[in-house]
Design a protein around this ligand. Sequence first.
Ligand code: WTA
Length: 657
Amino acid sequence: MSDTTIESILHEQRLFQPAPEFSQGATVNSLAAYEELYAKAAADPAAFWGELAQQELHWFKPWKQVLDWSNPPFAKWFDGGKINISYNCLDRHLTTDRRNKPALVWEGEPGDSRTLTYFELHQEVCQMANTLLKLGVVKGDRVAIYMPMIPEAATAMLACARIGAVHTVIFGGFSAEAVRDRLNAGEVKLVITADGGWRKDAIVPLKLQVDNAIADSACPSVAKILVVQRTKQETAMVANRDHWWHEEQATASTDCPAAELDAEDLLFILYTSGSTGKPKGVVHTTGGYNLYTHMTTKWIFDIKDSDVYWCTADVGWITGHSYIVYGPLSNGATTVMYEGAPRPSNPGCFWDVIEKYKVTIFYTAPTAIRTFIKMGEEIPNTRDMSSLRLLGTVGEPINPEAWMWYHRVIGKERCPIVDTWWQTETGGIMITPLPGAIATKPGSATRPFPGIIADVVDLDGQPVPRNTGGYLVVRHPWPGMMRTVYGEPDRFCTTYWEHIAPIDGKYLYFAGDGARQDEDGYFWVMGRIDDVINVSGHRLGTMEVESALVSHPAVAEAAVVGKPDDLKGEEIVAFITLEHTFTASDALIKELKQHVGKEIGAIARPGDIRFTDSLPKTRSGKIMRRLLRTIAAGEEITGDTSTLEDRSVLDRLRQDT
Ligand code: WTA
């Protein structure tokens, strides 16, 4: 965030009470109701979650213990219970009025569309689950899903969940190299992909990227590829390894009973960036995740049977998992999926979708809102969006100006806004207004969800005074929490639970975000305190981008930092020293940007590359990123520079920029 944003957030005084019309119909309909739920959950979290799990979900067999926290930080929720999230998202709705209700409404990029009722989605999921079984997938196997935003992406997730296979969704914008890393890290047996996907008026050949990823036996675990036909261009298929989904579907049975899984069986692994090393495989399990995404969707989005709910995220990210697929379907809601993205050739596309499907709940990212502000309010103003009743944001702090625009232009000052703070690791939303209960302040995620004991502390774990910055932590386990880093339990402990040593045996979950609480107890999340850059709501680790850069022959050393950006929140700036035989040029900058795109994906491409003869380092050789951040932002260097090995580096860097 830029300083002007921080400044405006610090002085933000506006308070928006929930509209009485909204509160009247809301599930949690007053501040008192929220506070009662919150107090009840805090007094006995296990009893609170146990009661909800019983009321809200179908269990094949009850659990023995709601929470087992005897081996922290490794939690078990609903141990001994048998459940299936695909059953809870599909089968149980079929015996109700929801049987023929649209479950998934899909708007494709070149204008095609499709609606699947709960009955139809159930059939397709069963067919795909049977196909996976036929292709040799068994419970516990990892299945990668590398797909465009088409209904089959959701079908694939639910099909895996149905048979107890562990899915790992790889964002469709990732390169073949990034796909290869993830396939190997998860020892993936089968990949579900598509011939292609639409991205910005062009076809991305996804199947070809998978072929490239696994070429030369680079991914020995991958035995099968299931290919959905989407874009219909010529696609090479390897006999006995590659299978077309439409051909398999033609003969697959629509009957596939949901496996009775242990609550703690792995549901999915999702790779996300951290400050060190390669992306971490965040592990989520079945029962707790089902309950947490169900309850957060129900209370935060105030889901009703009449709602048409649309979250604009990609299923490649956690938001797509929890709030396009699992949370809404578990609640029996109608969830909209959109393949496209706003771009200059189609600046009104989001508003067209809202108008066409009479969307009532709209959940998007601050970066998208800022893009729309630039495009002008005339565009949304020409659409009929009177169906909207609730708005949400996720992914990064929202600056109050963008919040106010969203409130005025899209919400017509009628719709509450839920600014939801959470992470891949938390499984679901953690800090957020409940729209019928909590008054909002532009730029604040407001208060914790019932059952979430959040706090702002110093590095000793002591709460900091109100209106003082500190580290955002969670004091008690919650059902949606990640269980471990896949294959790296030590990394799970050091990254999330050991920055702040346990006090009296009590572990604090360390989120990696800076925050403060104001005089009303509202949380203001200020952004990452580690070397994670948030570009347009996408998390990228500096190390990942640096590794990609140094894999280019011209680069001797690279240091990557984030720089405040009006549109994207942050932009990647790379400082680079070259090998002697190379000289700096615009052509090389272009080449390096492309190289990062090839190594990771377009989202990781640096916005700015600066060459330098050396990087600022401590005497022990650690790059001082703090100084580079200041230089990248064009600000004066303040604070201690005494640990710097060679002070003249700073002067040269400043002259160069
Ligand atoms: C940031 C996305 C402020 C934060 C769901 C967090 C936010 C990271 C907000 C997680 C918000 C997400 N206000 N910051 N409402 N939502 N963040 O894992 O820095 O892709 O740690 O999960 O995004 O990103 P992730």
